[in-house]
Design a protein around this ligand. Structure first.
Ligand code: PA5
Length: 465
């Protein structure tokens, strides 16, 4: 029971010179195996702590499960405050596994608190949240590795103030922190306040953090089987260690994307054909973009900028918006379809409209057949138009397969970063924006950045209309 990858539609026998021959792929074998060896040799070191997460200590997982159970029992609403890697994973996993209208279900059917992830500082959204939750019945999970991210810390301050006003000293039971054990402000605050706290290992960056307490705690609170997720990830880890292009799914997809980038295919479209996987595309977008979008090599030397722009799409919905471009637009993209073998439920299309054959042909089928046939048809149209695409198929969307999928993408990203010769784990572009924000607010230590901002070229009024 594993995930399968069908990359026929990346190959020359399907899409001619827009694809690759096996010989072209094999020509990168030496480089690919070297990338694999480097990634595997650094397992657990530096920022590659994420590779150890599927094999987490049992005591750590038990602590997460125990706390999650208590949280689930003691609140009606569980709200994650975080951004980027601290938010996208929890959202993706929750949407993949839980009922698609989970929060609207009656409490006795849900059997877990309503779940919200607030990953922006749009005041309207924040205020709207307080319109629908009762903060006396809410537990907030403040998630930030650096413990310094302005958005998350602003949310924390707002929530803290409200809780104190509503609950006096009782506020402490309504905040759980997930942060670095060794650095940042949140750990200091959490210790002083005595908040329940989970740690993000030093070698795990935000976008690689779904399988640590960042993702595991919210998942466990919502009743998701985190042990099965980790088991799936561990299974994928074993497969992705193989120094063999034919049987290592992360390595072959990294090579295919790498070769595609060299051909000028600088867009990576992720198109799940399942609403449950819609936010996997969001999670992947961050992983792929923030890891690979670099203009310096591992040694910090300038290089021609690399990376693929991730685009999120959803089948079949986006067949009616984006697919025209994917089929007949420039040959600058690789489309990854996510296919589900069997849906967790189905809907019959009943008999009707007997006198309207143009509608009646649907009758007697199911919605899953319609969706799957549309995937087949779209894939055919793209392939006929010589547009590079491949399909990742999971038998079913459950915790075990989801763990596999997440880990597969993480390994693919690690191998692709190594092939590109860049540092997969830094994000200087993001830090630049974070630092400029601190400077704008006059934060201590950012005086030089404020000076730099003041001296930057100013807007010319002529160009504002
Ligand atoms: O992948 C990353 O490192 C980032 O996207 C971070 O997750 C994001 O910037 C939030 O950072 P932090 O967890 O420090 O608040």
């Amino acid at each position: 029971m594993s995930i399968t990858i069908n990359y026929n539609n990346m190959m020359a026998h399907k899409i001619g010179d827009k694809g690759f021959t096996w010989e072209q792929i094999v020509a990168t074998k030496k480089q690919a195996i070297q990338a694999l060896k480097t990634v595997q040799a650094n397992r657990g070191l530096g920022m590659q702590g994420w590779m150890q997460l599927p094999h987490a200590d049992k005591a750590e997982i038990s602590k997460i499960k125990k706390t999650a159970k208590q949280i689930a029992k003691s609140c009606d609403y569980f709200v994650v405050l975080g951004i980027g890697g601290s938010a996208l994973g929890p959202t993706a996993v929750f949407t993949a596994i839980k009922h698609l209208y989970f929060n609207q279900l009656p409490k006795k059917v849900r059997k877990a608190p309503q779940f919200y992830v607030i990953d922006n500082v749009d005041p309207e959204r924040m205020n709207a949240l307080f319109d629908i939750i009762d903060i006396k019945k809410t537990i907030f999970n403040v998630v930030t590795k650096s413990g310094a991210t302005s958005e998350t810390m602003a949310q924390y301050l707002i929530v803290l103030d409200m809780l104190k006003k509503e609950l006096g000293d009782g506020y402490k039971d309504h905040i759980v922190c997930t942060t670095s054990q060794n650095r940042g402000n949140l750990i200091k605050i959490a210790k002083e306040e005595g908040f329940e706290t989970f740690y993000i290992p030093d070698g795990v960056g935000g976008r690689f953090s779904e399988l640590c307490p960042v993702g595991l705690l919210p998942a466990a609170v919502e009743g998701i089987d985190i042990s099965a997720m980790l088991k799936g990830a561990a299974h994928m880890d074993r497969i992705c260690k193989k120094a063999d292009l034919k049987s290592n799914p992360a390595l072959i997809t990294a090579v295919l994307q790498y070769l595609s980038m060299k051909q000028g295919k600088n867009i990576s479209v992720m198109m799940p054909y399942a609403d449950s996987l819609k936010y996997i595309a969001d999670w992947y977008a961050q992983l792929w973009a923030e890891s690979l979008g670099k203009n310096k090599d591992k040694e910090g030397r300038e290089i021609d900028p690399v990376g693929q722009t991730p685009v999120k799409a959803l089948g079949v919905t986006d067949q009616h918006s984006q697919v025209q471009l994917y089929a007949n637009g420039p040959f600058d993209k690789v489309v990854t379809f996510l296919e589900v073998g069997s849906f967790r439920g189905d809907t019959d299309i009943p008999q009707g409209c007997p006198d309207v054959p143009d509608v009646n042909f649907l009758c007697g089928n199911t919605l899953s057949t319609l969706l799957t046939n549309e995937l087949f048809a779209t894939r055919y149209a793209l392939t006929k138009a010589k547009m590079a695409n491949y399909t990742i198929k999971m038998d079913v969307v459950d915790e075990y397969h989801l763990g596999q999928l997440l880990y597969l993408f993480e390994m693919q990203t690690a191998y692709a970063g190594e092939l590109l010769g860049i540092d997969t784990y830094n994000q200087p572009g993001v830090e630049e924006g974070k630092n400029a924000t601190y400077a704008l607010f006059g934060k201590k230590g950012y005086e030089a950045k404020a000076e730099e901002l003041n001296n930057a070229p100013q807007d010319n009024q002529e160009y504002i209309i």
